[in-house]
Design a protein. Structure first.
Length: 454
Protein backbone atom coordinates (compact mmCIF):
# COMPACT_ATOMS: atom_id res chain seq x y z
CA UNK A 1 0.00 0.00 0.00
CA UNK A 2 1.25 3.51 -0.86
CA UNK A 3 0.94 6.18 1.81
CA UNK A 4 0.95 9.94 1.43
CA UNK A 5 0.86 10.87 5.10
CA UNK A 6 2.96 9.59 7.97
CA UNK A 7 1.55 10.56 11.36
CA UNK A 8 3.55 10.11 14.58
CA UNK A 9 2.17 9.77 18.09
CA UNK A 10 5.10 10.67 20.35
CA UNK A 11 7.17 12.29 17.59
CA UNK A 12 9.63 13.98 19.96
CA UNK A 13 11.35 10.82 21.17
CA UNK A 14 14.89 10.28 19.96
CA UNK A 15 14.02 7.12 18.01
CA UNK A 16 10.69 8.43 16.69
CA UNK A 17 12.20 11.70 15.51
CA UNK A 18 14.81 9.87 13.41
CA UNK A 19 12.08 7.94 11.60
CA UNK A 20 10.07 11.14 11.17
CA UNK A 21 13.10 12.79 9.60
CA UNK A 22 13.55 9.78 7.31
CA UNK A 23 10.00 9.96 5.94
CA UNK A 24 10.21 13.75 5.66
CA UNK A 25 13.44 13.37 3.65
CA UNK A 26 11.64 10.87 1.41
CA UNK A 27 8.95 13.43 0.60
CA UNK A 28 5.99 12.22 2.67
CA UNK A 29 3.67 14.63 4.48
CA UNK A 30 4.91 14.15 8.05
CA UNK A 31 3.17 15.44 11.16
CA UNK A 32 2.58 14.35 14.72
CA UNK A 33 1.90 14.82 18.38
CA UNK A 34 4.16 15.11 21.38
CA UNK A 35 3.43 15.93 24.99
CA UNK A 36 5.74 18.93 25.36
CA UNK A 37 7.95 21.08 23.11
CA UNK A 38 11.69 20.40 23.25
CA UNK A 39 14.84 21.31 21.37
CA UNK A 40 14.29 18.23 19.23
CA UNK A 41 10.67 19.05 18.33
CA UNK A 42 11.71 22.60 17.51
CA UNK A 43 14.35 21.22 15.13
CA UNK A 44 11.75 18.99 13.48
CA UNK A 45 9.43 21.97 13.03
CA UNK A 46 12.25 23.93 11.38
CA UNK A 47 12.58 21.02 8.96
CA UNK A 48 8.94 21.45 7.93
CA UNK A 49 7.27 18.84 10.15
CA UNK A 50 3.99 19.95 11.74
CA UNK A 51 3.77 19.14 15.47
CA UNK A 52 1.08 19.84 18.06
CA UNK A 53 1.14 19.37 21.81
CA UNK A 54 -2.45 18.57 22.79
CA UNK A 55 -4.21 15.21 22.54
CA UNK A 56 -6.49 16.30 19.70
CA UNK A 57 -7.75 13.98 16.93
CA UNK A 58 -8.52 16.92 14.61
CA UNK A 59 -4.82 17.08 13.71
CA UNK A 60 -4.77 13.52 12.38
CA UNK A 61 -4.97 13.32 8.55
CA UNK A 62 -8.54 12.44 7.66
CA UNK A 63 -7.86 9.85 4.94
CA UNK A 64 -7.10 6.64 6.82
CA UNK A 65 -6.27 4.73 3.63
CA UNK A 66 -3.41 7.07 2.71
CA UNK A 67 -2.05 7.54 6.27
CA UNK A 68 0.41 5.38 8.17
CA UNK A 69 0.39 5.98 11.93
CA UNK A 70 3.56 5.24 13.88
CA UNK A 71 3.49 5.34 17.67
CA UNK A 72 5.89 4.85 20.53
CA UNK A 73 5.05 2.33 23.26
CA UNK A 74 5.92 5.09 25.73
CA UNK A 75 2.47 6.57 24.95
CA UNK A 76 -0.33 5.22 27.22
CA UNK A 77 -2.68 2.79 25.48
CA UNK A 78 -5.71 4.91 26.43
CA UNK A 79 -4.29 8.09 24.90
CA UNK A 80 -7.10 9.66 22.85
CA UNK A 81 -5.36 9.91 19.48
CA UNK A 82 -4.07 6.35 19.70
CA UNK A 83 -7.53 5.01 20.56
CA UNK A 84 -9.02 7.02 17.66
CA UNK A 85 -6.70 5.74 14.92
CA UNK A 86 -7.15 2.17 16.10
CA UNK A 87 -10.91 2.52 15.88
CA UNK A 88 -11.07 4.31 12.52
CA UNK A 89 -9.26 2.03 10.09
CA UNK A 90 -5.74 3.49 10.09
CA UNK A 91 -2.75 1.22 9.79
CA UNK A 92 -1.05 1.64 13.18
CA UNK A 93 2.47 0.29 13.86
CA UNK A 94 5.03 0.65 16.61
CA UNK A 95 8.25 2.54 15.98
CA UNK A 96 10.18 -0.72 16.02
CA UNK A 97 8.03 -2.23 13.27
CA UNK A 98 8.53 0.86 11.12
CA UNK A 99 12.30 0.63 11.54
CA UNK A 100 12.15 -3.08 10.75
CA UNK A 101 10.34 -2.33 7.49
CA UNK A 102 12.79 0.43 6.56
CA UNK A 103 15.76 -1.87 7.19
CA UNK A 104 14.34 -4.59 4.93
CA UNK A 105 16.24 -4.85 1.66
CA UNK A 106 19.27 -3.03 3.05
CA UNK A 107 22.48 -4.36 4.54
CA UNK A 108 21.71 -3.87 8.22
CA UNK A 109 24.42 -3.28 10.83
CA UNK A 110 22.90 -3.16 14.31
CA UNK A 111 24.17 -2.42 17.81
CA UNK A 112 22.23 -3.79 20.79
CA UNK A 113 22.92 -3.73 24.52
CA UNK A 114 21.49 -2.43 27.76
CA UNK A 115 24.14 0.30 27.69
CA UNK A 116 26.80 1.51 25.27
CA UNK A 117 24.70 1.06 22.16
CA UNK A 118 24.11 4.74 21.35
CA UNK A 119 27.76 5.77 21.36
CA UNK A 120 28.83 2.56 19.61
CA UNK A 121 26.24 2.83 16.83
CA UNK A 122 27.06 6.54 16.34
CA UNK A 123 30.77 5.67 16.20
CA UNK A 124 30.03 3.01 13.60
CA UNK A 125 27.97 5.42 11.50
CA UNK A 126 30.80 7.95 11.68
CA UNK A 127 33.40 5.36 10.62
CA UNK A 128 31.31 4.38 7.60
CA UNK A 129 30.60 8.01 6.69
CA UNK A 130 34.08 9.43 7.25
CA UNK A 131 35.71 6.51 5.44
CA UNK A 132 33.65 7.23 2.32
CA UNK A 133 31.84 3.89 2.58
CA UNK A 134 28.55 5.62 3.34
CA UNK A 135 25.48 4.55 5.30
CA UNK A 136 22.08 5.60 6.46
CA UNK A 137 21.80 5.58 10.24
CA UNK A 138 19.02 5.69 12.82
CA UNK A 139 20.66 6.74 16.06
CA UNK A 140 19.51 6.94 19.66
CA UNK A 141 21.29 10.25 20.25
CA UNK A 142 22.35 13.39 18.44
CA UNK A 143 25.70 12.92 16.73
CA UNK A 144 27.95 15.89 17.46
CA UNK A 145 29.75 15.34 14.15
CA UNK A 146 26.57 15.73 12.11
CA UNK A 147 24.11 17.49 14.44
CA UNK A 148 21.38 14.91 13.89
CA UNK A 149 20.14 11.44 14.81
CA UNK A 150 19.53 10.51 11.16
CA UNK A 151 22.08 10.05 8.41
CA UNK A 152 20.98 9.42 4.84
CA UNK A 153 23.04 7.86 2.04
CA UNK A 154 22.51 6.25 -1.34
CA UNK A 155 24.65 3.35 -0.12
CA UNK A 156 22.23 0.51 0.78
CA UNK A 157 23.73 0.10 4.26
CA UNK A 158 21.73 0.90 7.37
CA UNK A 159 23.15 1.37 10.86
CA UNK A 160 20.49 0.82 13.51
CA UNK A 161 20.54 1.22 17.25
CA UNK A 162 18.71 -1.94 18.32
CA UNK A 163 16.63 -1.00 21.37
CA UNK A 164 15.67 -3.77 23.78
CA UNK A 165 12.81 -1.76 25.34
CA UNK A 166 9.47 -3.43 24.61
CA UNK A 167 11.49 -6.08 22.68
CA UNK A 168 11.75 -3.57 19.83
CA UNK A 169 15.03 -5.00 18.52
CA UNK A 170 13.31 -8.26 17.60
CA UNK A 171 11.94 -6.47 14.52
CA UNK A 172 15.48 -6.40 13.09
CA UNK A 173 17.33 -9.14 11.20
CA UNK A 174 20.84 -7.68 10.91
CA UNK A 175 23.62 -8.89 8.65
CA UNK A 176 26.20 -7.90 11.27
CA UNK A 177 25.40 -7.01 14.87
CA UNK A 178 27.07 -6.27 18.17
CA UNK A 179 25.79 -6.82 21.71
CA UNK A 180 27.48 -4.58 24.26
CA UNK A 181 25.75 -5.65 27.51
CA UNK A 182 22.90 -7.81 28.80
CA UNK A 183 22.27 -6.39 32.27
CA UNK A 184 18.94 -6.38 34.04
CA UNK A 185 16.83 -3.43 32.86
CA UNK A 186 13.27 -2.65 31.79
CA UNK A 187 12.00 -5.14 34.35
CA UNK A 188 8.54 -3.64 33.89
CA UNK A 189 8.69 -5.34 30.49
CA UNK A 190 10.85 -8.41 31.20
CA UNK A 191 10.13 -9.12 34.89
CA UNK A 192 13.62 -10.54 35.55
CA UNK A 193 17.17 -10.85 34.20
CA UNK A 194 16.56 -14.29 32.68
CA UNK A 195 13.89 -12.87 30.39
CA UNK A 196 16.18 -9.97 29.43
CA UNK A 197 18.86 -12.46 28.41
CA UNK A 198 16.34 -14.63 26.57
CA UNK A 199 15.36 -11.61 24.45
CA UNK A 200 18.99 -10.90 23.60
CA UNK A 201 19.49 -14.54 22.64
CA UNK A 202 16.48 -14.30 20.35
CA UNK A 203 17.99 -11.15 18.82
CA UNK A 204 21.24 -13.07 18.35
CA UNK A 205 19.34 -15.84 16.56
CA UNK A 206 18.14 -13.29 13.99
CA UNK A 207 21.65 -12.14 12.99
CA UNK A 208 22.45 -13.48 9.53
CA UNK A 209 26.22 -13.14 9.24
CA UNK A 210 28.51 -12.09 12.08
CA UNK A 211 27.69 -11.42 15.73
CA UNK A 212 30.19 -9.49 17.86
CA UNK A 213 29.63 -9.68 21.60
CA UNK A 214 31.45 -8.25 24.57
CA UNK A 215 33.69 -10.86 26.11
CA UNK A 216 31.88 -12.63 28.93
CA UNK A 217 28.34 -12.38 27.58
CA UNK A 218 26.54 -15.71 27.57
CA UNK A 219 25.79 -16.00 23.85
CA UNK A 220 26.99 -19.20 22.16
CA UNK A 221 26.69 -20.92 18.80
CA UNK A 222 23.67 -22.81 20.12
CA UNK A 223 21.72 -19.51 20.08
CA UNK A 224 22.67 -18.27 16.62
CA UNK A 225 23.82 -19.45 13.21
CA UNK A 226 25.93 -16.31 12.90
CA UNK A 227 29.67 -16.52 13.37
CA UNK A 228 30.55 -15.19 16.84
CA UNK A 229 33.48 -12.91 17.58
CA UNK A 230 34.28 -11.29 20.94
CA UNK A 231 35.57 -7.86 21.87
CA UNK A 232 37.02 -6.42 25.07
CA UNK A 233 38.59 -3.25 26.40
CA UNK A 234 41.96 -4.90 27.00
CA UNK A 235 41.53 -8.66 27.46
CA UNK A 236 43.74 -10.56 25.01
CA UNK A 237 41.35 -13.53 25.06
CA UNK A 238 39.00 -11.51 22.83
CA UNK A 239 39.18 -11.29 19.03
CA UNK A 240 39.26 -7.48 19.18
CA UNK A 241 40.93 -5.65 22.08
CA UNK A 242 43.14 -2.68 22.93
CA UNK A 243 46.82 -2.98 23.74
CA UNK A 244 49.61 -0.51 24.43
CA UNK A 245 47.05 1.82 26.01
CA UNK A 246 48.22 5.38 26.74
CA UNK A 247 46.26 8.21 28.37
CA UNK A 248 47.11 11.91 28.09
CA UNK A 249 46.49 14.57 30.74
CA UNK A 250 43.03 15.37 29.34
CA UNK A 251 41.74 11.80 29.46
CA UNK A 252 42.12 10.96 25.76
CA UNK A 253 43.38 7.48 24.98
CA UNK A 254 45.72 6.20 22.28
CA UNK A 255 45.90 2.46 21.79
CA UNK A 256 46.70 -0.35 19.39
CA UNK A 257 43.63 -2.21 18.21
CA UNK A 258 44.33 -5.92 17.99
CA UNK A 259 42.15 -7.94 15.62
CA UNK A 260 42.39 -11.46 14.14
CA UNK A 261 44.34 -10.36 11.06
CA UNK A 262 46.70 -7.86 12.64
CA UNK A 263 47.06 -4.65 14.64
CA UNK A 264 45.83 -1.13 13.89
CA UNK A 265 48.53 0.94 15.56
CA UNK A 266 48.06 4.26 17.33
CA UNK A 267 44.29 4.58 17.31
CA UNK A 268 43.07 7.63 19.19
CA UNK A 269 39.47 8.05 20.20
CA UNK A 270 38.22 11.59 19.63
CA UNK A 271 36.34 11.63 22.93
CA UNK A 272 37.86 11.02 26.37
CA UNK A 273 37.30 8.18 28.83
CA UNK A 274 38.26 4.52 28.90
CA UNK A 275 34.67 3.47 28.26
CA UNK A 276 34.88 5.13 24.84
CA UNK A 277 37.92 3.02 23.99
CA UNK A 278 35.72 -0.01 24.61
CA UNK A 279 32.95 1.48 22.46
CA UNK A 280 35.50 2.24 19.74
CA UNK A 281 36.65 -1.37 19.67
CA UNK A 282 33.08 -2.64 19.26
CA UNK A 283 32.34 -0.17 16.45
CA UNK A 284 35.65 -0.88 14.73
CA UNK A 285 34.98 -4.62 14.92
CA UNK A 286 31.71 -4.21 13.00
CA UNK A 287 33.39 -1.93 10.47
CA UNK A 288 36.23 -4.41 9.94
CA UNK A 289 33.78 -7.26 9.43
CA UNK A 290 31.91 -5.14 6.91
CA UNK A 291 35.12 -4.45 5.01
CA UNK A 292 36.29 -0.95 5.96
CA UNK A 293 40.07 -0.68 5.76
CA UNK A 294 42.06 -0.51 9.02
CA UNK A 295 43.66 2.80 8.05
CA UNK A 296 40.25 4.42 7.40
CA UNK A 297 39.02 3.16 10.75
CA UNK A 298 42.02 4.66 12.56
CA UNK A 299 41.44 8.03 10.86
CA UNK A 300 37.71 8.03 11.62
CA UNK A 301 38.11 7.22 15.31
CA UNK A 302 40.32 10.28 15.75
CA UNK A 303 37.69 12.63 14.27
CA UNK A 304 34.73 11.32 16.28
CA UNK A 305 33.19 14.18 18.27
CA UNK A 306 30.83 12.13 20.41
CA UNK A 307 27.11 12.14 21.11
CA UNK A 308 25.14 14.78 22.93
CA UNK A 309 24.43 13.68 26.50
CA UNK A 310 26.95 10.82 26.33
CA UNK A 311 29.90 11.86 28.50
CA UNK A 312 29.32 15.34 27.11
CA UNK A 313 31.91 17.77 28.51
CA UNK A 314 30.47 21.31 28.64
CA UNK A 315 33.07 23.04 30.83
CA UNK A 316 36.68 21.95 31.40
CA UNK A 317 39.09 24.15 33.33
CA UNK A 318 41.62 23.35 36.06
CA UNK A 319 39.18 24.67 38.69
CA UNK A 320 35.79 23.70 37.30
CA UNK A 321 34.58 20.99 34.94
CA UNK A 322 31.04 19.98 33.99
CA UNK A 323 30.00 16.72 32.31
CA UNK A 324 26.47 15.71 31.33
CA UNK A 325 25.62 12.06 30.71
CA UNK A 326 22.49 10.07 29.88
CA UNK A 327 23.36 7.36 32.43
CA UNK A 328 20.14 6.03 33.93
CA UNK A 329 21.14 2.47 34.90
CA UNK A 330 23.50 1.54 37.78
CA UNK A 331 26.07 0.00 35.41
CA UNK A 332 26.10 3.16 33.29
CA UNK A 333 26.59 5.31 36.37
CA UNK A 334 29.48 3.09 37.51
CA UNK A 335 31.19 3.37 34.12
CA UNK A 336 30.67 7.13 33.86
CA UNK A 337 31.90 7.83 37.38
CA UNK A 338 34.89 5.53 36.82
CA UNK A 339 35.79 7.40 33.63
CA UNK A 340 35.46 10.76 35.41
CA UNK A 341 37.74 9.56 38.20
CA UNK A 342 40.24 8.33 35.61
CA UNK A 343 40.28 11.63 33.70
CA UNK A 344 40.26 13.92 36.74
CA UNK A 345 42.19 12.07 39.48
CA UNK A 346 42.18 13.61 42.93
CA UNK A 347 39.39 16.12 42.23
CA UNK A 348 36.05 16.35 44.07
CA UNK A 349 33.07 14.98 42.15
CA UNK A 350 29.57 16.32 42.72
CA UNK A 351 27.02 14.05 41.06
CA UNK A 352 23.47 15.17 40.23
CA UNK A 353 21.15 12.27 39.47
CA UNK A 354 17.56 12.31 38.26
CA UNK A 355 16.14 8.77 38.54
CA UNK A 356 14.20 7.64 35.47
CA UNK A 357 11.00 5.59 36.02
CA UNK A 358 9.42 4.42 39.24
CA UNK A 359 9.91 0.76 38.32
CA UNK A 360 13.62 1.18 37.64
CA UNK A 361 14.06 3.04 40.91
CA UNK A 362 12.21 0.29 42.77
CA UNK A 363 14.09 -2.54 41.08
CA UNK A 364 17.62 -1.10 41.38
CA UNK A 365 17.59 1.18 44.44
CA UNK A 366 20.45 -0.71 46.10
CA UNK A 367 22.57 -0.71 42.95
CA UNK A 368 21.93 2.99 42.28
CA UNK A 369 22.94 3.81 45.85
CA UNK A 370 26.15 1.79 45.54
CA UNK A 371 27.10 3.51 42.27
CA UNK A 372 26.28 7.02 43.51
CA UNK A 373 28.19 6.43 46.74
CA UNK A 374 31.35 6.52 44.60
CA UNK A 375 30.89 10.28 44.16
CA UNK A 376 32.08 12.77 46.78
CA UNK A 377 28.81 14.68 46.96
CA UNK A 378 25.35 13.67 45.74
CA UNK A 379 22.44 15.85 44.70
CA UNK A 380 19.47 13.54 44.15
CA UNK A 381 16.38 14.80 42.30
CA UNK A 382 12.81 13.56 42.15
CA UNK A 383 11.97 10.63 39.87
CA UNK A 384 11.21 11.47 36.25
CA UNK A 385 8.13 9.31 35.58
CA UNK A 386 8.15 9.28 31.74
CA UNK A 387 5.42 6.82 30.73
CA UNK A 388 4.66 5.60 34.26
CA UNK A 389 2.14 6.44 36.96
CA UNK A 390 3.47 6.79 40.53
CA UNK A 391 3.94 3.60 42.55
CA UNK A 392 2.98 3.90 46.23
CA UNK A 393 6.05 3.93 48.44
CA UNK A 394 8.50 4.44 45.54
CA UNK A 395 10.46 7.69 45.56
CA UNK A 396 14.01 8.99 45.29
CA UNK A 397 14.32 8.49 49.04
CA UNK A 398 14.65 4.74 48.37
CA UNK A 399 18.04 5.52 46.84
CA UNK A 400 18.91 8.46 49.06
CA UNK A 401 18.61 6.55 52.33
CA UNK A 402 21.03 3.87 51.07
CA UNK A 403 23.75 6.23 49.80
CA UNK A 404 26.72 5.98 52.15
CA UNK A 405 28.57 9.25 51.50
CA UNK A 406 27.90 11.96 54.11
CA UNK A 407 27.50 14.86 51.65
CA UNK A 408 24.11 14.27 50.08
CA UNK A 409 20.96 16.31 49.54
CA UNK A 410 17.51 15.60 48.10
CA UNK A 411 16.09 18.36 45.88
CA UNK A 412 13.39 19.00 43.32
CA UNK A 413 14.51 19.88 39.81
CA UNK A 414 13.41 23.49 40.33
CA UNK A 415 15.64 23.76 43.40
CA UNK A 416 18.78 22.56 41.60
CA UNK A 417 19.98 25.76 39.93
CA UNK A 418 19.60 27.96 43.04
CA UNK A 419 21.43 25.31 45.05
CA UNK A 420 24.31 25.11 42.57
CA UNK A 421 24.57 28.89 42.41
CA UNK A 422 25.40 28.84 46.13
CA UNK A 423 27.61 25.73 46.08
CA UNK A 424 31.24 25.56 45.03
CA UNK A 425 31.86 22.61 42.70
CA UNK A 426 35.10 21.18 41.31
CA UNK A 427 33.83 18.41 39.00
CA UNK A 428 30.07 18.54 38.41
CA UNK A 429 28.25 15.75 36.58
CA UNK A 430 24.54 15.55 35.75
CA UNK A 431 23.09 12.09 35.10
CA UNK A 432 19.69 10.87 33.93
CA UNK A 433 17.44 10.05 30.99
CA UNK A 434 14.59 12.38 31.91
CA UNK A 435 14.35 16.13 31.42
CA UNK A 436 17.49 17.04 33.36
CA UNK A 437 19.04 17.92 30.00
CA UNK A 438 16.89 21.08 29.99
CA UNK A 439 19.21 22.41 32.71
CA UNK A 440 22.49 21.79 30.85
CA UNK A 441 22.58 25.21 29.20
CA UNK A 442 21.82 27.27 32.33
CA UNK A 443 24.26 25.20 34.40
CA UNK A 444 26.96 25.71 31.78
CA UNK A 445 26.27 29.45 31.64
CA UNK A 446 26.39 29.74 35.43
CA UNK A 447 29.67 27.81 35.72
CA UNK A 448 31.34 29.72 32.88
CA UNK A 449 30.35 33.02 34.54
CA UNK A 450 31.76 31.77 37.84
CA UNK A 451 35.00 30.74 36.10
CA UNK A 452 35.38 34.20 34.52
CA UNK A 453 34.97 35.83 37.94
CA UNK A 454 37.77 33.84 39.57
Amino acid sequence: MTYENIYFIGIGGIGMSAIARYYNFKGYAVSGYDRTPSDLTRELEKEGIRIHYTDDTSYIPEDAASTLVIYTPAVPSDMGELVYVRQHGYRVVKRSAALGEISGGQHCLAVAGTHGKTTTSTLLAHILTASGTGCSAFLGGISKNYGTNLLMSRTPVLVAEADEFDRSFLQLHPDIAAITAMDADHLDIYSDLDHVRDAFRQFASQVKGTLITKLGLDITSTETKAGILRYSYNDARADFYAGNIRKDDCGYFTFDLNWPDGIIHDCRCGVPGWVNVENSIAAAAIAICYGVSPERIREALATFSGVKRRFDIHVNTPHCSYIDDYAHHPKELESAISSIRDIFPGRKLTAVFQPHLYTRTRDFADDFAAALSKADRLILLDIYPAREEPIPGVSSEMIFDKVTIPEKVLLTKNELLPYLENTDTDILATFGAGDIDRLCAPITEMLEKRTRQR
